[in-house]
Design a protein around this ligand. Sequence first.
Ligand SMILES: *[C@@H]1O[C@H](CO)[C@@H](O)[C@H](O)[C@H]1NC(C)=O
Ligand SMILES: *[C@@H]1O[C@H](CO)[C@@H](O)[C@H](O)[C@H]1NC(C)=O
Ligand SMILES: [Cu+2]
Length: 173
Amino acid sequence: MDSSGKAGLLLAVTVAFWAGPALSAGMIFTVGDNAGWTIANGPNYTQWASGKTFHVGDTLLFKYNKNFHNVLLVKEPDFNACKNSSAIKEYNTGDDSITITSTGHHYYICGFPGHCQFGQKVDVLAVGSSAAPSSSPTGSSPPSPNAGDRLVGGSLVFLGGLIMAASCVLLGF
Ligand SMILES: *[C@@H]1O[C@H](CO)[C@@H](O)[C@H](O)[C@H]1NC(C)=O
Ligand SMILES: *[C@@H]1O[C@H](CO)[C@@H](O)[C@H](O)[C@H]1NC(C)=O
Ligand SMILES: [Cu+2]
C-alpha cells in the first residue's frame, strides 16, 4: 500500500471511530421487537416497554402490514378508552420511524376496530436526552445523573486515542 493509501485508510478509521458514537446517540427501538406492531400472537406491549429506558432522541420503529394496522398518537384518556377518533397524529406507512422529541408519556394505539382493546397499544415513557447536557460541563453544578454517560464518553475518547495510535503503528506511520 502506498502512503496515500495508508493515509486514506487512517482517515477512514478515524472518521468511523469519531462518527460512530455520535450516530449511536439515539437508540432505535422496534416496537414489539421481531413480532412488530400486530395483534397476531398478542404481543404484550406493556411488557415490551417495561424495563426499557426511552430517551428524547431515540427512535420508535413501528413495523406492520398497513392494510390491517395503523399507529395513532393519542392523549391518555383515548389510550385508556381505546378511542381512535381524536388522534393527535396518525401514521400509516407500515414502516413508521418516530423520533421521540419530548419527555413524558407518548401513547400509541392501533386505530383498527378492536385492535387496541386486544392490546395493540403502547405507552412509551421518555426521560431526558441520553447525550451529555448542553450546559457547560465546567459549570459548578453538582454531578447529574448523566455523569455516568459522560464518564463512558471519556473512556471512549481514550479508547479512540489507543485505536488511532495502534493504526499508526500497524500502518507504519
Ligand atoms: C402484560 O404485561 C404486564 C406487565 O408485565 C402485565 O401486568 C399484564 O397483565 C400483561 N397483560 C396481559 C394481557 O397479559
Ligand atoms: C376508527 O375506527 C373506525 C371503526 O370503528 C374505522 O372505520 C376508522 O377508520 C378508524 N379510524 C382510524 C384513524 O384508525
Ligand atoms: Cu392493528
